[in-house]
Design a protein. Structure first.
Lengths: 344, 344
DNA sequence: AGCCCAGATGTTAGCGCTAACATCCATTAT
DNA sequence: ATAATGGATGTTAGCGCTAACATCTGGGCT
């Protein structure tokens, strides 16, 4: 156990790297001056700075962020909580966040809830232990405990993906209106028997909101809005299955409004394979606008969601607040765009 | 500036959350006992534990991980450095890592080098400041400085994606052999004029290794091994461009070996659009085996890489070492599999 | 009864850094 | 010459936790 060669108690960790005071001694200054060179170089005279920088180099100093965070009671960490990493949508959001935060010296702490609100609560608890400077989480709905905890949270907080009233700030789009808009478009195109097909919609309530918008619009038009739901995660193959299932259960269906592009693309590829003509025999629509949908023949009709932009805006909201400024808007709705292809 | 209501100097942060000693006082024990309840509950008598747990609940204690990490000189953080987040491959590796680490209470710190080794060096420097318990980085090649730094690094370290001799441990596959294997297969299938097409191969040297394997095998067979390279990131559209370009520059080409599935799929979709028959007029092969390649008509011939498995194994190697055990193997080669489709 | 021992709990002393305040010194204004 | 100023640097006292050691219990044994 105690095979460490030196038993002076000063250092307890194996790798005893030099500290601020080692650098300070080497440079002949006090450690706070070294700290200033690192954190606010402009507040130190240039000659001193150069001397210290040389000393840092010489002793091979590596900054201890943990100690810094403890002393200043804030870390450079910003937890980002998303429901899934299998869904490209969140990957793109994370990229937007990451790129922006990185430029400003913040580090993302990634949390994955797997669409479980209990898991979200656990994650938030853990993350708060890291004294994060800010927090990003997905959606406007949370467990009561989370709602309360975040309400008391004194730092910038952004809820992403949805539009609406946030605890602190939000960046997103209206899923209800997106569903409504697509239903609208399908009706305009002359489709009359439209089935909505999605998966895991119990956890993913934003998909449910899209269905709600879809449903309300169709009912308004005096149509029915049947829903077909699966419970595995969204994959291409599931789109194929869904297409078959819709045609079996609703032989009169002339269009399928999928909850996401992945399933929609799977359906198109499946139809191509079996010579089912799209949109003549059945029309296909998706949601989110992923690149491959736009390379298919026929091109997928879908709604483009501002994924990376959500990430970038969310990060900017936080950075603005951390600079002590107030963002122009607290709740940002980045909207969406209908992208007509030939599939519907 | 100093508008905080209470000026007792004890707490400097805005949100003064209860500490271990608050809980200790509440429970009538010493703070170390509370610490034990949190870190090794079995070392505390049950009655005491329950009493303390109740106190924790009552005061709403949130553990301060930063202080814990400083005191114990190790954090629960494990930096994971990958070259890209746009490439699904790394997303899947990260998922494998994340799922495994999470179960054992570790938190990933994500770093993205954008295929730059200088950036890798910077990232490693920053991350070492967080006293990480272990480290995961991509590839066996690094800047000299990184090589030296990691050589001295006293904690578990896994280099992923490649097979070969690691600084500490590695989990991956041989890209050279994968390239060779595919070239082999194409030759066996009767193709004689095979073009290799890739993008950003200066940074992505694993793609270059695949090309090397491909090249060596073809030259061995007395064939030429032309290479066509682009410099934007790999997208479906680039595959389309590549297909056109190959047919223009090498009219006699009967097969294209793409450096990755995304471009290969783009090429197939493009060919389908313009009625070019695959593989009769030109064969297409990819690398990595992404789901959509397997849904196309014709199905993409490709090589399946063990992406999630790499993540899971890498995490397990680290966990084994952190438990104080020695893993059975230091360098793990998870191999690959040729997946024949109809595209070649 | 007295002793030993192991398991439970407590005491002490930092981990490496930074906030807050204190001091110093060269300028400039008076 | 002296005071006033402001920029550069230093002193002090923790941040909240845990390692290491010290102490206290209450059986079980002779």
């Amino acid at each position: 156990m105690s095979e460490s060669p030196r038993h002076e108690r000063r250092r307890r960790k194996g790798l005893d790297s030099p500290t601020l005071s080692d650098v300070a001694r080497e440079a002949g200054v006090s450690s706070i001056t070294v700290s200033r060179v690192i954190n606010s170089p402009d507040s130190v005279r240039e000659s001193t700075r150069l001397k210290i920088e040389a000393a840092i180099e010489r002793v091979g100093y590596v900054r201890n962020m943990v100690a810094g965070s403890l002393a200043s009671a804030r870390s450079q960490f910003i937890p980002v909580i998303v429901p899934s990493l299998s869904n490209v949508v969140f990957i793109e959001v994370i990229q937007g966040l990451q790129a922006t935060f990185e430029q400003h010296g913040y580090q993302i702490l990634l949390g994955n809830t797997d669409y479980s609100m209990e898991r979200e609560e656990e994650l938030i608890h853990t993350f708060l232990g890291w004294s994060p400077t800010a927090l990003v989480t997905t959606g406007l709905r949370h467990q009561p405990g989370v709602q309360a905890l975040l309400g008391r949270y004194a730092h910038p907080l952004v809820e992403i993906m949805e539009s609406g009233d946030a605890i602190d700030m939000s960046v997103g789009m209206s899923h209800y209106h997106a569903g409504q808009r697509m239903a609208d478009y399908l009706v305009t195109q002359g489709y009359r028997h439209i089935v909505f097909a999605g998966t895991q919609m119990d956890g993913n309530y934003r998909a449910r909101q899209r269905y709600q918008g879809h449903c309300d619009r169709l009912v308004q038009q005096g149509m029915e809005a049947p829903l077909l739901e699966w419970h595995s995660s969204s994959q291409f193959e599931l789109g194929a299955t869904a297409l078959d299932e819709v045609r079996r259960q609703y032989p009169q269906a002339d269009a399928i409004h999928f909850a996401d592009d992945v399933m929609a693309c799977g359906a198109i590829l499946h139809a191509n394979r079996y010579g089912l003509r799209i949109p003549q025999e059945i029309a296909i629509a998706g949601f989110t606008c992923l690149p491959f949908g736009q390379c298919l023949t026929p091109r997928l009709t879908t709604i483009s969601s501002p994924r990376e932009a959500i990430g970038r805006h969310a990060a900017m909201q936080i950075i603005t607040r951390l600079k002590g400024e107030q963002p122009d808007e607290v709740n940002i709705d980045l909207g969406f765009e209908l992208v007509p292809g030939e599939s519907a």
